[in-house]
Ligand binder design. Structure first.
Ligand code: BTN
Length: 258
């Protein structure tokens, strides 16, 4: 029987940092230097944490999880970010009976105790470097608000963000949650590498807050409204426009209307 560290691919090599500009930027540099597949970078704070669509990711010290994972030659790239959201949601679910859901494409959402609204608990930022037209490596960054208090959030996200501490009323050991994140990531990543895309899509659909909702999506500089009917085999959102036409959305910013 192999011991755990021999069995695990993800997290066999780990880099812990007190602070860093962004764990994704750092992990991309390590990947370029030849660090192995599965290397995990974790920081206690980020100075310029990065979110999707060029946004910043609020990353104060001592509270939350900022981690990035190097994946060499990943298969199923189009579903990698959705897979990471499924894995993170599963791991967080070990720590709370509250429903943890996803908003397309990869926002991790928890229901707030205060107003029952789903608010953003975490997010995923995947960045890929190609060699020719094949992915050489991807860095998957996972940010989770763990022990932030309401007053820790800046004014622009104070009403839309939450943390596990706010949602559950208790503080959570970040290191134990990181272990669970690594374990879930390893399991779901293997499923994706074996080509079982349907399992990833089904798992994502089971926890989707977006499908079935009327949404407004900011994409390619304009706002499109419609009903989010499903996702396709590559994780694109299928939006039914008022005309009845189904439009595929690659990326964008979603607001749930109802
Ligand atoms: C988003 O929802 O916009 C994605 C947020 C991703 C944040 C994480 S924190 C760890 C990693 N390093 C970064 O700079 N960003 C990701």
């Amino acid at each position: 029987m192999k011991n755990i560290s021999e069995r695990l691919e993800i997290g066999r090599e780990r880099v812990f940092l007190d602070f860093v500009d962004s764990t994704n930027t750092y992990a991309l540099t390590l990947a370029e230097k030849g660090y192995p597949h599965g290397t995990v970078v974790v920081a206690n704070m980020q100075i310029t944490g990065r979110g999707r669509l060029g946004r910043r990711w609020h990353s104060p010290p001592d509270k939350n999880i900022y981690m990035s994972i190097i994946l060499r030659k990943p298969k199923g790239l189009s579903l990698l970010t959705l897979m990471a959201a499924v894995a993170a949601t599963e791991a967080i679910g070990f720590w709370t009976p509250l429903p943890i859901m996803v908003k397309w494409p990869n926002d991790i959402m928890a229901q707030s105790r205060e107003d029952r609204e789903f608010k953003k608990l975490g997010g995923i930022l995947s960045e890929t470097r190609f060699s020719g037209n094949k992915p050489d490596y991807t860095v998957v960054g996972i940010g989770i608000n763990v022990n932030s208090q309401r007053e820790d959030f800046p004014p622009d996200i104070i009403h839309s963000a939450t943390s596990l501490r706010i949602a559950t009323g208790r503080s959570i050991d970040r290191h134990r949650l990181i272990e669970d994140l690594i374990g879930s990531f390893e399991r779901w990543y293997k499923i994706l590498q074996k080509g079982h895309k349907e399992d990833i899509l089904d798992a994502w659909k089971d926890i989707s807050l977006t499908t079935g909702k009327e949404v407004a999506i900011t994409t390619e500089g304009r706002v499109i409204k419609g009903v989010a009917v499903d996702i396709d085999g590559d994780g694109r959102l299928l939006l039914r426009l008022p005309s009845g036409i189904i439009k595929r959305i690659d990326s964008g910013d979603v607001v749930h209307i109802r």
